[in-house]
Design a protein. Structure first.
Length: 314
């Protein structure tokens, strides 16, 4: 055991010259470990492919986010080369993809926790300009490992932390594509499949979810601003497009119906009885929903007892 611990004072930290955050996709994907989750067939692979194509070309993505041009490694564990080719050609309208976007042959990928981690380290060491690694999907990758893996919080957290260390040490982003549960939770981020070890380690969490008013990309993280983006998907190219931000959304359909009663007016106050009448539901059921929404911060109390309103986006 060392006799003296190495301690760093707050004053020393203030004087340190530290590199700025490396934004792979400005305001969306900073350096570190990120996780994009959603229900099956919601469009996660289309979105991750779109991010990969844009980042490798240094082009704007989703008609909103700027990217820095860099090498991208996409580990597609649920698609063969035919599907990948069709997806690329659809998104680019048969245009030419960047030569800086690479895919790993599935035959090269074995047990994730062993060879997979080594393979990622090898890819980073051999490619100096590699800034984005996408693994589609996390569940498929883990299934290639031993069966006991993933049964406990510590197993999942240790594994995720190992990936996070690779990302932070090299100032790049590792983006994991994952699934959400069918059942809804008070927070959309609690719907991610697995123990809390899956969500504890990542620096950035993104949830793509269908709502009554469209698709919403929920974003939160240590370095990224918490935001809800309203998205639409182009029918021809399947590209995702940001239509609006600062979207107020609730975690369940029933709560979203209450949110929509306000029509986006932050100064409007509505009584419980009015809500029940407009939604044709009992006053008791509306009151129960409002109690949960207050705890979740989806709604706040108004100027008088019994009145409720939307929280200001600011």
């Amino acid at each position: 055991m060392k006799e003296n611990l190495k301690l760093v004072s707050a004053n020393e930290i203030q004087k340190m010259e530290l590199p700025p955050i490396n934004w792979i996709i400005k305001d969306l994907l900073p350096e570190g470990l990120a996780l994009l989750a959603g229900r099956p067939k919601v469009g996660k692979s289309w979105l991750s492919s779109q991010l990969a194509l844009a980042s490798s070309a240094g082009a704007q993505t989703m008609d909103y986010f700027d990217t820095q041009k860099s090498k991208v490694l996409y580990i597609a564990l649920e698609d063969n080369f035919r599907r990948l080719k069709d997806r690329i050609n659809t998104m680019l309208k048969d245009g030419e993809a960047s030569s800086d976007l690479f895919f790993l042959d599935q035959s090269e990928f074995r047990r994730f926790h062993l060879e997979g981690i080594k393979m990622i380290r090898q890819a980073v060491d051999q490619n100096e300009d590699l800034n984005l690694i996408i693994i589609d999907t996390l569940g498929n990758a883990i299934s290639k490992d031993q069966r006991k893996f993933g049964l406990s919080f510590q197993d999942e957290y240790d594994f995720m932390a190992e990936l996070q260390n690779i990302a932070l040490q090299n100032q790049l982003c590792i983006l994991l594509i994952h699934h959400t549960r069918k059942s809804e939770a008070d927070s959309v981020f609690d719907e991610i499949v697995g123990t809390s070890g899956i969500t504890a380690a990542p620096d950035t969490l993104l949830i793509l979810k269908k709502h009554s008013n469209g698709y919403i990309l929920h974003v939160t993280g240590r370095d990224v601003k918490e935001e809800n983006y309203l998205l639409t998907q182009d029918e021809e190219t399947h590209r995702w497009i940001v239509m609006d931000k600062n979207i107020i959304s609730a975690s369940t359909v029933e709560r979203q119906e209450i949110i929509e009663l306000f029509g986006g007016q932050y100064d409007l106050e509505i009584r419980v009885g009015q809500m029940a009448e407009r939604l044709q539901k009992s006053r008791e059921s509306i009151s129960q929903l409002l109690r949960k929404m207050l705890l979740a911060g989806e709604i706040i109390k108004g100027s008088k007892t019994g009145l409720y309103k939307l929280p200001s986006p600011n």
